[in-house]
Ligand binder design. Structure first.
Ligand SMILES: *[C@@H]1O[C@H](CO)[C@@H](O)[C@H](O)[C@H]1NC(C)=O
Ligand SMILES: *[C@@H]1O[C@H](CO)[C@@H](O)[C@H](O)[C@H]1NC(C)=O
Ligand SMILES: *[C@@H]1O[C@H](CO)[C@@H](O)[C@H](O)[C@H]1NC(C)=O
Length: 439
């Protein structure tokens, strides 16, 4: 399929040389007409519309199937691991019974490969009939009765990354389908399309989601597909999306976790600055409870995702998460740092000899901070790290109580020019919270 969606969806900007009909010849006449009419409305409405759906006031928390379960559709050989309604129902049950829901992990999110290979006769998306015999609406009801929310996956292009039907040319119909099913969050990936279409297309899907009247948290993969990202782009993304992936997919390894941390440390285009209530950068799923990370490395992912105000979407088998991983995933202090109401994304202020220092301001603003001493070195034993509070931005002359962010244990009471000194394990972290002592 050649031709630019851009042009199609913005009739007010169609260059004279491009013909709408040529691009649309493969679509039946009814759909073509409908989309053209709607596109005109969007073109006008788009000037004033922006995201204001009241969602993601703090980073969303929950569970997402992709990293752990991928595109496993073989329910014969892998009855417990295939993408099926049973998997999501089981994870919903475990979110409740294992205590995750009550700590904020509310979303149960379907990822790729849930669909039937073909749309129905009227063009609607439909789930695979064997793996989702009761349909998505029934799954949504199940999840809602447990006090949870249901997320779903689609793709902005002609196909999903796994080759299932994409939303291109069906954006409005798919938004309406999701609303009718009772979906609470939509992740829109970006395979099989021109990157140049995304700039217009993702906002348009956001518009259609909004028009359904059902609040659906909108997760955009748009920036992940764009090579050169600047602050203006991020500002635009934040205007239309609640959360957005901007870097590589995570796999089950320390290399992936540390690579993402480095990308967020570089903060190219200052993307950290657009984070705040309603909008968060998404460094991808939490892999605690899987196979790839040591205990210290699991502490790093949990603490850094808290510092970075990142969505906490676990991708693991909640049935087999080891107690030590579960304790980290359920650490109320770490969750509170992640869910801090200011929603400020922490940034890296020092990178030297394999050591990094990160700071995230907490509420009340100007009085509390969370900070991390991250030791990325692989060799030897723990390193001694010593750094003055005032250089972390804790400037009050009345001083601070510094506690361990994991345990709440008091590390000491310090004046702002005093140094906090701690030992940090290799590929490990010290997470501190400094609380202002004055009024
Ligand atoms: C699905 O659609 C393709 C064409 O896109 C067609 O070849 C195939 O037979 C269809 N499969 C089913 C099960 O309808
Ligand atoms: C749609 O957008 C308007 C304006 O931004 C907003 O007030 C409303 O809450 C949105 N509705 C939904 C369902 O997202
Ligand atoms: C990012 O912000 C810093 C100041 O905090 C500024 O010096 C720099 O030019 C900005 N970079 C970009 C790419 O916007």
């Amino acid at each position: 399929m050649s031709g630019s969606l851009n042009t199609l969806l913005s009739p007010c900007q169609i260059p004279a040389s491009k013909s709408v009909t040529n691009v649309w010849t493969w679509v039946d006449g009814r759909i073509r007409t409908m989309i053209s009419v709607v596109a005109l409305v969007v073109c006008l409405a788009g000037l004033v519309w922006s995201l204001d759906n009241g969602l993601a006031r703090t980073p969303p928390m929950g569970w997402l199937s992709w990293q752990r379960y991928r595109c496993n559709t073989d329910c014969v050989q892998y009855p417990d691991d295939c993408i099926s309604e049973k998997l999501y129902m089981r994870m919903a049950d475990l979110l409740v019974s294992e205590g995750y829901r009550d700590l904020g992990y509310k979303y149960v999110n379907i990822d790729d490969c849930w669909m039937s290979r073909n749309r129905s006769k009227d063009g609607s998306l439909q789930p695979d009939p064997v793996r989702f015999p009761n349909g998505i609406k029934s799954l949504a009801n199940y999840v809602h009765l447990k006090g949870l929310k249901l997320g779903i996956y689609e793709d902005f292009g002609t196909k999903t990354c796994g080759g299932y039907p994409g939303s291109k040319f069906y954006l409005q119909q798919d938004a309406e389908t999701f609303a009718a099913w009772g979906i609470d969050m939509v992740k829109l990936d970006g395979c099989y399309t021109d990157v140049s279409d995304m700039d217009e297309g993702y906002p348009i899907m956001g518009f259609y989601l909004n028009q359904t009247g059902r609040p659906m948290l909108y997760s955009c993969s748009w920036p992940a597909y764009i090579k050169q990202k600047d602050f203006a782009l991020y500002q635009k993304i934040a205007k239309y999306c609640n959360i957005w992936r901007n870097y590589n997919d995570i796999g089950d390894s320390w290399d992936d976790v540390s690579g993402i941390i480095e990308y967020y440390g570089k903060d190219g285009g200052n993307f950290s600055k657009v984070a705040g209530p309603g909008n968060f950068n998404d460094p991808d799923m939490i892999i605690l409870g899987d196979y790839g990370l040591s205990y210290d490395q699991q502490r790093v992912q949990m603490a850094m995702w808290a510092i970075m105000a990142s969505p906490l979407l676990m991708s693991n088998n909640l049935e087999t998460v080891k107690p030590e991983s579960k304790a980290l995933l359920q650490n109320r202090r770490i969750i509170a740092i992640n869910q801090d109401p200011l929603g400020i994304q922490g940034t890296r202020i020092v990178k030297m000899n394999g050591l990094e220092i990160w700071v995230k301001p907490l509420a009340p603003k100007g009085k509390s901070i969370a900070f991390a001493f991250l030791n990325l070195n692989h060799g030897g034993g723990p390193s001694k790290v010593s750094y003055p509070l005032n250089k972390l931005g804790a400037m009050s002359p009345q001083g601070y109580n510094v506690t361990d962010g994991f345990t709440g244990k008091l590390i000491g009471t310090y004046k702002s020019k005093d140094k906090v000194t701690v030992m940090v394990n290799p590929t490990g972290i010290f997470l501190g919270v400094a609380n202002f002592l004055g009024q």
